[in-house]
Design a protein around this ligand. Structure first.
Ligand SMILES: C[S@@+](CC[C@H](N)C(=O)[O-])C[C@H]1O[C@@H](n2cnc3c(N)ncnc32)[C@H](O)[C@@H]1O
Length: 393
């Protein structure tokens, strides 16, 4: 993996968290990061030298900085870092430490943070990486429009394929006049000039109902399958095991559809909801609270796979349910599923079950066989299989 990011005679060592699980071809920054850094430096929009203190009162907001490249680069401007991803938070923290930078110069915020209470004065500069989810972008632009003013420079960056008309329209609608740069190394910049108008009301969280489940799903903007029930979740829901008195983990819980189904049916079960998205965890809480009126039989962890859960004893879970993701940020990868399965084995008690759903073309069968020594196909259709395996020892 290339970890040396160099520009303007400075070099940063940048890793994707967790470094040990990453594919060697993946690096912690992309050409959109390079483009945005080059633009800000060329135009001298902020100083990156710690000696120059004129930036102390120049609030800089950085949104969706995947592995912390931008926040490390511009750390001396004391940025407010906003990301929905726990992995991004961990990556930035790790990269600050690797590069001997003081993490206290960064204000770490999740994507649900109310910017109006965080920054009484308008920020001078906003740097935004275009997220995968248009809904998240919309939510973030609505929030930004409440705290920026005509003097705020808004510079966004993304791969050319992500800078679509729909994206530009959102900037026009919520910020103001919007232009783009030429493409460079398959990335493009977006410049948006704020125009005063009445801020829009965020349509998130939104609510989805489905005849398969007796409750409504509450979805914040960045939640997986925000506007319908996922087809993988659908087949797993039809094949949930008996969970009477069970201690269950809903791993990669999204809006909590699997775990809340367990709590709805088994009145003495306990479910630990885990996701790397802050918005997912908040959505799962809302889904549960709206249906059962209490969070009593539940715990919640924002975590990379089960890392935060495994810090706590006892590791005596009886069941892990999982509909794994097959990408991290913009990269298609199976390393997350692999870590989820191996962490599940560590969290389960002897005889405990891991039940998953996966696209049939992914080789989850092989992974389970290698880790647990075997597996059973519980159900399958043209696209998905539900697989089960037990921890023998
Ligand atoms: C395929 S979705 C499943 C959502 C929900 N359980 C369902 O069945 O509809 C996968 C979930 O895993 C979460 N996720 C992705 N990477 C993760 C990681 N490294 N650790 C924990 N959760 C992760 C995503 O945020 C997403 O909510």
């Amino acid at each position: 993996m290339n970890t040396h990011f160099s520009a303007f005679e400075r070099t940063l060592h940048l890793e994707r968290y967790p470094a040990k699980h990453q594919h060697v071809s993946l690096q912690a920054w992309d050409s959109a990061d390079e483009y945005i850094i080059q633009h800000i430096e060329d135009c001298n929009l902020i100083s990156t030298s710690s000696e120059k203190s004129s930036n102390k009162d120049t609030p800089l907001i950085i949104l969706n900085d995947e592995f912390g490249a931008l926040s490390c680069w511009f750390h001396s401007a004391k940025p407010v870092f906003i990301s929905d991803s726990w992995i991004s938070h961990k990556s930035l923290m790790t990269n600050m430490l690797i590069n001997d930078l003081n993490p206290e110069s960064i204000t770490f915020c999740d994507a649900l943070t109310n910017l109006a209470t965080l920054m009484p004065a308008a920020p001078k500069l906003v740097l935004l990486k275009i997220p995968r989810s248009l809904a998240l972008l919309e939510y973030q632009l609505i929030n930004l429009s409440k705290v920026i003013n005509e003097d705020t420079k808004v510079v966004a960056a993304g791969k050319v394929k992500s800078v679509q008309n729909s994206v530009l329209k959102l900037f026009e609608k919520h910020i103001g006049k919007t232009t783009t740069s030429l493409a460079k190394k398959k990335s493009r910049l977006i410049f948006s000039q704020f125009e005063t108008k009445e801020p829009h009301v965020s349509p998130y969280p939104s609510i989805v109902e489905d005849p398969l489940i007796p409750f409504a799903l509450h979805n914040h903007a960045n939640v997986f399958c925000r506007d319908h029930l996922d087809i993988g979740a659908r087949i797993l829901l039809k094949n949930l095991p008996n969970a009477e008195g069970a201690r269950v983990i809903d791993l990669g819980c999204g809006n909590g559809v699997l775990g809340v189904s367990i709590l709805d049916k088994y009145k003495d079960a306990h479910v630990t909801f885990v996701d790397e998205s802050f918005m997912a965890i908040e959505s799962a809480k809302q889904t549960l609270l709206a249906h059962l009126g209490s969070l009593d039989r539940a715990s919640f962890f924002v975590s990379n796979c089960l890392e935060e859960v495994l810090k706590e004893e006892p590791r005596d879970y009886s069941l892990v349910l999982c509909n794994p993701p097959f990408h991290q940020q913009n990269a298609v990868t199976d390393h997350v599923a692999t870590q989820m399965f191996s962490d599940s084995k560590s969290a389960l008690k002897q005889g405990g079950e891991l039940r998953i759903v996966g696209n049939r073309h992914l080789d989850y069968h092989q992974k389970l066989k290698k880790l647990f020594g075997g597996y059973q196909v519980i159900d399958s259709n043209k696209k998905f299989s539900v697989l089960s395996t037990y921890k023998a020892r």
